[in-house]
Design a protein around this ligand. Structure first.
Ligand SMILES: Cc1ncc(C[n+]2csc(CCOP(=O)(O)OP(=O)(O)O)c2C)c(N)n1
Ligand code: SF4
Ligand SMILES: [Mg+2]
Length: 347
């Protein structure tokens, strides 16, 4: 499916909203920051999918990346949590109201440094939410120190070289149990848009690691998260197109060049394989391919792993139709009579 970039303001989507209804405040991030490009793609994806902004909850931690929910979907609910603790807030919110669509925006520091413990438990629960890491390899907000996703040998502007191995958040998410794991690049509009729309249609945890250069502290020669490095080393594993469930599925694909994957809401993803043998439903193969890429200094992008059939955390809790947060007190707390009877037992 063709991907549009910020459709003209006069047009409206299938629920009658214009793209302006999906915008937020004016960005205060540096001009050229990859995070701004990701906000634009999020605006496009939610507009094109016709999601009601009031039906969305945006969550984040602390960092330049975590500020970005302010710059898209101003009409959605929003909560800016403590550094690295967004997963706990997301889990609580989703259990209280499982009818909302949750999108979390975090940074590589917020996720893989201070937030590592919370991130690990979110991935293993398969909570239905889209978790985006805006990954620049540094703590942008506090002036560019290395984060845990910085590659061995990458250099800061000051000349300091990183000697610690990087955490591969995608490999970790697959290992821990996330059911939609992908990597993209903020400068790759087509791929990032298709992945975001497929992420909206997925029922389970989506981990989307987006390489997002920090133009102020990590975009120089020697950085492995710079625009130039990404242009030279990005290795897409397939060409992705996405057809939402509300569109007539009449797209014809060339036989034998790719695979079709159905998502839980009936949307379809078509992957044209650039690598003959890559199948994103094979978990072991995804982990192997990521390890091989790391050994070759390739930045692999695309959809690495998808399991559209796994039970989500909300399915496992069997929460029923009505969100807990909207139930009246008579249903959520014992009556006075029952409480009095319990108290009587302790006399
Ligand atoms: C508990 C706590 N420790 C440290 C900080 C300081 N701090 C603020 S943002 C940040 C790192 C943000 O890095 P990242 O998540 O990669 O976001 P970026 O700014 O690069 O987008 C740190 C260490 C803090 N705010 N709170
Ligand atoms: S300091 Fe870096 S991460 Fe922060 S807004 Fe500027 S370019 Fe973006
Ligand atoms: Mg960062």
């Amino acid at each position: 499916m063709a991907t549009t970039t910020n459709p003209p303001a006069g047009k409206s989507n299938r629920i009658g909203l214009s793209v302006m209804d999906y915008r937020g405040s004016k960005s205060t991030l540096c001009a050229g920051c990859g995070h701004n490009a990701i906000s634009e793609r999020i605006i496009d994806a939610f507009y094109e999918m016709g999601i009601e902004p009031e039906h969305v909850a945006k969550l984040s931690g602390i960092g330049c990346s975590s500020k970005s929910p302010a710059y898209f979907m101003g009409r959605a609910h929003s909560f800016n949590g403590v550094h690295g603790r967004m997963p706990a807030v997301a889990t609580g919110a989703a259990v209280a109201n499982h009818k909302m669509l949750y999108i979390g925006v975090s940074g590589d520091g917020d996720t893989a440094s201070i937030g590592m413990g919370q991130f690990a438990h979110l991935m293993r629960r398969n909570l239905p939410m889209i978790y985006i890491i805006e990954d620049n390899g540094v703590y942008g907000l506090t002036k560019g120190q290395f984060s845990a996703t910085a590659d061995v040998g990458s250099k800061l502007k000051s000349g300091t070289v990183n000697e610690l191995p990087a955490v591969d958040t995608c490999a970790l998410a697959i290992e821990l149990g996330a059911t939609f794991v992908a990597r993209s690049f903020s400068g790759d509009k087509k791929q990032l848009s298709a992945l975001l729309k497929a992420a909206i249609a997925h029922n389970g945890t989506v981990l989307l690691d987006v390489i997002s250069p920090c133009v102020t502290f990590n975009d120089h020669e020697g950085s492995t998260k710079s625009y130039k490095f990404m242009k030279d080393h990005e290795e897409p594993i397939h060409d992705i197109s996405f057809v939402p469930s509300f569109e007539e599925i009449d797209v014809e694909y060339e036989e034998g060049t790719g695979i079709d994957i159905s998502l839980h809401d009936g949307s379809r993803m078509h992957l044209v394989k650039l690598e003959e043998d890559f199948n994103p439903t094979d978990r072991i193969q995804a982990l192997k391919r990521l390890a091989e890429a790391r050994a070759k200094d390739e930045v692999l992008t695309g959809l690495f792993y998808l399991n559209p059939n796994a039970a989500s955390f909300i399915d496992m809790l069997n929460l029923g139709e009505h969100p807990l947060g909207t139930l009246p007190q008579e249903l959520t707390r014992p009556s006075k009579k029952v409480l009095d009877a319990i108290m009587e037992e302790y006399r």
